[in-house]
Design a binder for this molecule. Structure first.
Ligand code: PHE
Length: 330
């Protein structure tokens, strides 16, 4: 193409020479021939420009195709992060209780003695205070909450009745062995209304346990117990059997304690300014780690927090399809 261009419009090109020769013509012919030659020159120039563009486009397109990177393929195998079994268990519990109409409330992890103990009818001299192995933060009665029950106090003190809440979250106790971790999780439940009683509490707990373990015939037992903030109080057991060291939930050979509950102590209602003649309440508290261990066959509580990648890969869940209120647990 370049050769052709030089041949016609280069320094000594045919057209250039013709243009140069114009000066030898008489004036009138010069004007006519000049016009014609200029039209031809513009046409030739234009042809070269568009042909050049066409060739450049072709080259560029060929190059783009040749150098295309297929970004849809991973460069090397890579691993998804997984949902931690504690998160999964919390999601499941929240999903089930959310479906029952419980609203989620959260409280601070750094609490004061009043909300964590005193208002819950655990005065300073009470033995339950010692049992809680509390992490105290400073002398201003600040501490790491030892259970989620202080959220009960915070919610009841707002005095927006009726109340139907759950409070999931981390709790802390100065304890560390294969069945205790200094940080663990609870889900607290609280209902306060005009007409609530122990059988409402029982049916909610039984439904919750059957849904969580996905066992319609799960044996559930309510055993009288004691908590300063509930009266009467009960601990709830589920039936299990142990085969070759493995726990099988739903069998009736033995009982396993799984949560604490009861009717909110009148003193606690009154500490929060709720009229205990017109309002009653029930509450429950469960340990999330224990629920996770039982459902997913995890033996050592400490593994939850070791962040051992081999353990995490085995016990974590794929991030797709986590439980929610619409889809349910699967
Ligand atoms: N807060 C109690 C605990 O941590 C559990 C509980 C909550 C018991 C609510 C009764 C009612 O052990």
């Amino acid at each position: 193409m370049e050769e052709l261009r030089v041949f016609y419009t280069g320094k000594n090109g045919k057209l250039t020479l013709l243009l140069k020769a114009l000066q030898n013509l008489p004036k009138k012919e010069k004007i006519d021939a000049g016009k014609t030659l200029n039209v031809i020159k513009r046409e030739i120039d234009q042809l070269f420009i568009s042909k050049k563009q066409e060739i450049e486009d072709k080259v560029l397109n060929a190059k783009l195709i040749e150098e295309k990177i297929d970004i849809s393929l991973p460069e090397r195998p890579f691993h998804h992060g997984g949902i931690h079994p504690i998160s999964k268990t919390l999601d499941e519990l929240i999903c089930i209780l959310g479906n029952m109409g419980f609203e989620i409330k959260e409280g601070p992890h750094i609490e004061d003695e009043y909300n964590n103990f005193t208002a819950l009818n655990i005065p300073e001299s009470h033995p339950a205070r010692q049992e809680h192995d509390t992490f105290y933060i400073n002398k201003n009665s600040k501490l790491l909450r030892t259970h989620t029950s202080p959220v009960q106090i915070r919610v009841m003190s707002e005095k927006k009745l009726p109340i139907k809440i759950i409070a999931p979250g981390a709790t802390y106790r100065c304890d560390d062995d294969s069945t205790h971790s200094p940080m663990f999780h609870q889900v607290e439940g609280l209902v306060v209304d005009k007409e609530v009683n122990m059988s409402d509490l029982k049916s909610i707990i039984i439904d919750l346990l059957k849904s969580f373990f996905q066992l319609e015939n799960l044996p559930v037992r309510f055993r009288p117990s004691y908590f300063p903030f509930t009266e009467p109080s009960a601990e709830v057991d589920i039936g299990f059997s142990k085969k070759k060291g493995f726990i099988e939930i739903g069998k009736n050979d033995d009982w396993l304690e799984i949560l604490g509950c009861g009717m909110v102590n009148i003193k606690v209602l009154e500490n929060c300014g709720i009229d205990s003649k017109n309002y009653k309440g029930y509450a429950f508290g469960l340990g999330v780690e224990r629920f996770a261990m039982l459902k997913y066959g995890i033996n050592d509580l400490r593994m939850f927090y070791d962040n051992d990648l081999r353990w995490l890969k085995h016990y974590s869940f794929r991030p797709e399809g986590f439980p929610n209120i619409i889809r349910g647990l699967k």
